[in-house]
Design a protein around this ligand. Structure first.
Ligand code: PEP
Ligand code: MN
Length: 337
């Protein structure tokens, strides 16, 4: 349930209405937008009669929210959320340009790629230290050593880092060192992990599960938000379909749908969607044209020898050309990199 206060309501009005809500065992979430105050009621509102609130002199209208997600709901927060990642803003016209290798392989490898993508215009550096691999015999990532490499490259280049958290054992070290904590597709519904992310003060990049519906995906964001961390960015990375030619099928429709249903930024990872480097380029452009708030793209300086996902990684030169074109598209739709 959402309660909208009349335009010139006072602080006393807000406190009075809030108390009425709390007396009924609900929590509140206040959004003070341009000229209006919205009170989101959190909890089971199914038995609450909206007329109780409509009679208050300060109340403009009361609306019931059908969706099971509240904090992530655009109705609770009509304006786009802007997430600050160690000084890099994402959302409401600010694009996240995340680039880097699938996996951290060595300091030299990450530094070389980071310098190249930064020169092209990337503002965040990705690299997997802990890798969720289908086979236990595949390269599993360098682990904590990989995380240290990312930190050293951050020191050299100034690029904030994005890397995947898989185990609750690493919550503290990630909270200390990682600028944007990625939750991969396979952990999108690891609810215990999601709840613990609520205790962190770092923003979270929540990838869409391999076969998750929009509602399931948003509910996972709601888990993080309801536990105390409202800094969530969603990432479309393709879903499983009957098609086997591509690794996954990029769901471009998710961009306008997520933007309609939520106020959270949504970025796109075309690399894991298509699984082929030459597909990442057109899908990246289409994503920005469709309203995405950024891109996560795998870039490798020697893709033929990459320890993971070489076939879907762009060479730095190709990334440079792509970002030049992306800048033109962004300009047309009034966004900046
Ligand atoms: C990744 O970004 O490194 C990754 C493993 O992606 P996803 O979780 O989307 O498969
Ligand atoms: Mn990868």
């Amino acid at each position: 349930m959402i309660i909208v206060l009349k335009p010139r309501s006072t602080h006393e009005d807000l406190t009075r209405v809030e108390q009425m809500i709390k007396r009924r065992g609900l929590d509140t979430h206040i959004v003070e937008g341009s000229g209006m105050t919205i009170i989101g009621c959190i909890g089971d509102t199914s038995q609450i009669d909206s007329k109780l609130f409509e009679v208050d002199q300060a109340v403009e209208k009361v609306m019931h929210v059908q969706e099971p997600y509240k904090l992530a709901n655009r109705a609770f927060h009509p304006e786009d959320s802007v997430i600050d990642i160690s000084g890099v803003k994402v959302g409401d016209g600010h694009l996240a340009m995340i680039a880097g290798p699938c996996s951290v392989e060595s300091f030299e490898q990450v530094l070389d790629i980071a310098r190249a993508v930064k020169a092209s215009g990337a503002n965040l550096l990705r690299g997997g230290a802990f890798k969720p691999r289908t086979s236990p015999y595949s390269f599993q990532g360098l682990g904590l050593e990989g995380l240290e490499i990312l930190c050293s490259v951050k020191k050299e280049t100034g690029l904030p880092i994005v890397t995947e958290l898989m185990s609750p054992d690493h919550l503290d070290i990630f909270n200390e060192k990682v600028d944007l904590i990625q939750i991969g597709a396979r952990n999108m519904q690891n609810f215990d992990l999601l709840k613990q992310l609520g205790q962190l003060n770092r923003p979270i990049l929540l990838k869409r599960g391999l076969n998750a519906t929009y509602e399931e995906w948003i509910m996972s964001a709601e888990y993080i938000m309801a536990s105390g961390n409202e800094n969530v960015i969603l990432c479309e990375r393709g879903v499983r379909t009957f098609e086997t030619y591509t690794r996954n099928t990029l769901d471009l429709q998710s961009i306008p749908v997520i933007r309609k249903l939520t106020h959270l930024p949504i970025i796109v990872d075309p690399s894991h969607a298509g699984g082929k480097w030459w597909l990442a380029e057109p899908m990246a452009k289409a994503s920005i044209a469709a309203g995405a708030d950024g891109l996560m793209i795998e870039v490798h300086n020697n893709p033929e020898c990459a320890l993971c996902d070489g076939a879907q990684s762009l060479k730095p030169e190709k990334y440079n050309t792509l970002i030049t074109e992306i800048k033109e598209i962004a300009k047309v739709i009034g966004k900046n990199i």
